[in-house]
Write a protein that binds this ligand. Sequence first.
Ligand code: DP6
Length: 316
Amino acid sequence: MTTTATAHTNIALIKYWGKKDPIFNLPTTSSLSLTLNEFYTQTTVSVNPLADELMINGQAFDSTRTHRFLDMLRDQLGDFAPLTVTSENHVPTGAGLASSASAFAALTGAVTRELGLDLSLAELSRLARRGSGSASRSFYGHFAIWHEGHDDVSSFAESLNAPAMPIALVVAEVSTATKKVGSTEGMRRAATSPDYGTWVKNSNTQLKDMLAAIQASDLEKIGTIAEANALAMHDLNLTARDAPFTYFTPETTQILTLVADMRRQGLLAYATLDAGPNVKIITSQAQAPSIVAQLQAALPALHLEIATSGAGIHYD
Ligand code: DP6
């Protein structure tokens, strides 16, 4: 028997950037995301007679993190036979679009189905969180909230049941090079910033404001809050006491300036950035093409894509 699951990646509008428990991936804040239709991972699992084997985009792949995750699942769900895991990643890897989110969500869905388990989305979310925190949010379509919780049971994501709205994301792929500081290490350093406590406090307020903005389908407000949250997250990296760093490249800064310019012209454009140099611009579906055109005119070599709200996990 083989089982295939597809999970879409998500972009956090209120970021997860710190762990209160690195073993269980319990975050220091709750976070909120939009699932993206255009970027996803499709994962197939089947029994392997010998040992766990991983194939990503047609190539054998040796990921300690994934092997450990499979063993964690055996621990939690009861032992199961070795598996062949075949993944097709339709997410640009390593440049700050969290492919680990869709990858661990799809893997969790595929393995549990293959075992004949019919887990709730909250249960799947809890398990996937152990692989990568952001994966906890990738089971749901549209907007999801990951409640930070205080232990393994209480930390999981759920759907916001938000109204439909014409939100779009323009993804400016500054670099497809592998990132220098991984999320886990970046978060560890950021937590040494003297501003970390303030960031956590502000994040809680921003989350409440964001929930209200989403229920009101207020794209301006959603963008304003998301940009403030993301830029403050990146400030923590710069002000870390233990090994300060930045994900920004000169091109990142240039795009952020262009976004501010476009806003002055009256366009709906707000930036968010994850653990990499890419800039994702929150806008409306109607205005996304103008934003693409302006960025392309200023930076002809830039690779741009438009993403829209996507679906939750599905099985083929
Ligand atoms: C900046 O989920 O990749 O994208 O739990 O260590 O695997 P680990 O981290 P990961 O971190 C994502 C960080 C972020 C913000 C977010 O997605 O909330």
